[in-house]
Design a protein around this ligand. Sequence first.
Ligand SMILES: [Zn+2]
Ligand SMILES: [Zn+2]
Length: 346
Amino acid sequence: MKYAALIDNEKFEIREGELRVKRNPIIKVTHVGVCGTDLGQWKEGSHHKDLVIGHEYSGIIVEPGTTGLFKEGDRVAGYTQNVFNEPCGHCENCLNEDFDNCTNRKVYTWKGGDYTHPGAYSQYTTWFPKSIYKLPDGIELDEAALIEPFTVGLHAVLLTEMKPDDKVLVLGGGIIGLAISEWLKVYGASEITVTEMNKEKIELIKSFGIVDHVVASDAKDIDEQLQTISQGGYDIVFDCTGIASAIDTGIKALKQEFKKKFTAVGLPHAPVSINYERIVLKEVILRGSKGHQFHEFRTVARMVADKKLDVKKYITTRIKLSEVQAGFEGLKARRGADVKAVIEID
Ligand SMILES: [Zn+2]
Ligand SMILES: [Zn+2]
């Protein structure tokens, strides 16, 4: 089989190799979403030599394994965490049938894969059997590769316990910010404003018709713009950037009334320095949101299958696995203009 391995900073190499597994099902990967963390690992490829990344995938079972959970031809998506604490079936100990000493038991996919922990930038992959989700009819395989980011959005919105009619500001118009916006709509937000840096993407976001206002995050008068749009401030802010200046803008944009909510979703790359005083004076309810839960994964898949959630429009870029290197160079050159890139396994 062919797979893409990281070999150096910003460098993939397409290789030919074998997937060795015991017990687990083998999945023929059809689609894999390019996550922000994938781009980060590609940029720092010299630290991830030989790594096979890719965790937002969908595909078809070609070898059901011995668990009895699957049959050949089942359409599936990978749930990205080993929530059921299963042995992986593909580390050195599992290959020797010493499943009790599996070295991957507590490993989460967002770390990417390696030879013992295969990622999905590959023609075939495998995963913890109970964490492979059988897709309902009605959801297409490319859509299924977007379940994960929409689950991250759902998790953040559920944790925040918004009230219908809340006015909401979302900092960062990437796929997570837009997924949050979709769920805000579902749960009845009265007004959604998104901030975004990339000019081209601002127009794209407007064209989706989901959010009410899109504001350039580098606008000099952003604070005034947000006050005018919200007519006195927001009830809730979601941060999907992890950037100090954006976070400060968000806290400033909350209503002066007490107990407004700020939910931190974007992971900063380094400690951030923010205006803490405002959090105290406004009695801001600050909380973090990380990842998702299995039942949320099911909810997203069901909503897409029932045509209540249109995720397909967010696939703005398609890249063939054999051209993944050029594809990633393109993503870098467009500096965030893409909403979601999906790799099609050829
Ligand atoms: Zn991801
Ligand atoms: Zn194992």
